[in-house]
Design a protein around this ligand. Structure first.
Ligand code: FRU
Length: 526
């Protein structure tokens, strides 16, 4: 749920809600949002800045909105952090805590938070038509921001140079700041280094590679140990791509490899076979896309980036739960768009290659990780599923539902989970596992409002090979979204769904033979 402080925006319409307002995902009170920006944990608070139109519910007037949370599920929206003006729109970027006061904006005793964002210059600027990197800083723990008066700090005379993600890199020669940004239309990640965040030197570039048909946007680069082994650390490079993602439109791909302080080099196993991902032949290109690594195989997870300074060495990402194909038409008002759940990412070896595994962060304040046992609606162990569908607890309006299923498909051809179902079973979003095809799919064509855009009705699918014959699903359903974390989060699929009011039923069934349910648990979160 989101709560709202102040009434900071002159001219905005009054607060409104609708049945699609999620319970545990961030939405702005009454305005548009897109990419998460400047994710940083500081003084006990998670800060989420975000691409925001302070004056409307469609893209425009891009500024950094601001929200904070203690648990990553419940957010308080604050006044706009960095506002656009006649000279520049404030595009995506990141925030670092400048502990060593390298920038001189704070002190070592009270480090400044420094935002590195893209200035998208407009007519009133001498840089009109270009995109360059700029700084703003906060000396009150992120609540108010001042733009650096010598902006921009890094320009390439380019119209598409944007989305800087900056992190502290500790190398053999000492520590420095590293920036990853993009030349969006050239499908390149560009890397720079700096001592003080103000003066930047070019290091290297990466790309095009794998999914390279669309613009590259919102990169991130961070180290993770493989299966927790401190002697086996690899670097993950996230590259969001729009259009040209595996499910169509926007999506996030990633590469696993090595970073030496200068260059990112992907592992051989992280590169798709060179069959021409950008090929004009749709089926060749689709097959090639399916060999890339995707953060999410659904339609609605874009611009995912990670928090700076997350506690306990955790790496936590948040994405924008939308797709540029239809983003501006979503049937909600006056707010439009939400973020995905926060997801903790790890690297794990899958068939000899390191792959990301994601788990939604569902902790409650004071309870540590895990769900609220009081809210458990259903819990069962071993049972046979044969012919007859099993009814799970209905979804609860105003609450999110968390469904955990461990099932052995055995002789079944298909396992179906119908979410937001109608009593006549004609409607609902259907998550299916196809045994022979080894594929997980989500079909939202017959669930509620799909008519607001021709590209919205869709079926998404991901390759999913069972280990020891068991399908493991963790599904979070929240008002207008379904997020599926399969096989311990190594396969993730996120889709928006706008169900009819009253379509709340959930059914599990096995088709074509018996299946064994090993575990089934349903709980709610508000
Ligand atoms: C990605 C993106 C970024 C840009 C921002 C503008 O969704 O296009 O590349 O900085 O949105 O709002």
């Amino acid at each position: 749920m989101s709560t709202f402080l102040d009434a900071p925006r002159p001219g905005t319409p009054p607060a409104g809600t609708s049945r699609f307002r999620p319970a545990i995902h961030f939405t702005a009170r009454n305005t548009w949002l897109n990419d998460p920006n400047g994710l940083v944990f500081h003084d006990g608070l998670y800060h989420l800045f975000f691409q925001n139109n302070p004056f409307g519910s469609a893209w425009g007037n891009m500024s950094w909105g601001h929200a904070t949370s203690r648990d990553l599920m419940h957010w308080t929206e604050h006044r706009v952090a960095i506002a656009c003006d006649e000279a520049e729109d404030i595009f995506s970027g990141s925030v670092v805590v400048d502990r060593g006061n390298t920038s001189g904006f704070g002190t070592t005793a009270a480090p400044a938070l420094v935002a590195i964002y893209t200035s998208a210059y407009k007519a009133a600027s001498e840089y009109n038509g270009t995109q360059a990197q700029s700084l703003a800083y906060s000396t009150d723990a992120g609540m108010t921001w001042r733009r650096y008066d010598e902006n921009p700090v890094l320009t390439r005379d380019s119209a598409h140079f944007r989305d800087p993600k900056v992190f502290r890199y500790q190398g053999e020669q000492g520590a420095c700041w590293v920036m990853v940004a993009v030349e969006a239309q050239h499908q390149k990640v560009v890397l720079y280094r700096s001592e003080d965040l103000k003066s930047w030197d070019f290091l290297s570039e990466f790309g095009p590679a794998n999914a390279d048909a669309g613009e590259w946007e919102c990169p991130d680069l961070f180290p993770l140990s493989v299966d927790g082994d401190p002697d086996n650390t690899k670097w993950v490079l996230i590259v969001n791509v729009n259009p040209g993602a595996v499910a169509g439109g926007s999506g996030g791909q990633y590469f696993v490899g090595h970073f030496d302080g200068v260059r990112f080099v992907p592992d051989a196993g992280s590169l798709a076979a060179p069959t021409g991902v950008s090929s004009l032949d749709a089926s060749a290109s689709d097959a090639a896309l399916r060999q890339c690594q995707w953060l999410d195989w659904g339609r609605d997870c874009y611009a995912s980036v990670s928090f700076s300074e997350a506690p306990d060495g955790r790496r936590i990402i948040i994405g924008w739960m939308n797709n540029w194909d239809y983003a501006n038409e979503l049937p909600t008002a006056p707010w439009r768009s939400s973020m995905t759940l926060a997801r903790e990412v790890r690297l794990t070896a899958v068939n000899g290659a390191a792959r990301l595994a994601q788990q939604p962060v569902l902790a409650r304040p004071g309870e540590g990780a895990g769900l609220d046992a009081d809210a458990e609606l259903m819990s069962m162990g071993l049972s046979e599923l044969n012919g007859e569908a099993l009814r799970l607890p209905d979804s609860v309006p105003g609450a999110a539902q968390v469904i955990e299923i461990l099932i052995s498909p055995g002789g079944a051809d298909r396992i179906d989970l119908r979410i937001f179902g109608s009593s006549d079973a004609a409607h609902g979003a259907v998550l299916s596992y196809y045994t022979a095809r080894a594929e997980l799919s989500l079909d939202r064509r017959h669930s509620g409002d799909t008519g607001f855009h021709t590209k919205f009705a869709s079926v998404e699918s991901a390759p999913l090979v069972l280990e020891h014959g068991v399908l493991k699903l963790l599904i979070v359903v929240d008002a207008c979204s379904v997020e599926v974390f399969a096989q311990d989060g190594t396969v993730v699929l996120t889709d928006l769904v706008f169900p009819e009011a009253g379509h709340l039923q959930t059914w599990l069934s096995a088709e074509g033979g018996p299946a064994t349910v090993l575990k089934l648990a349903v709980s709610t979160l508000t």
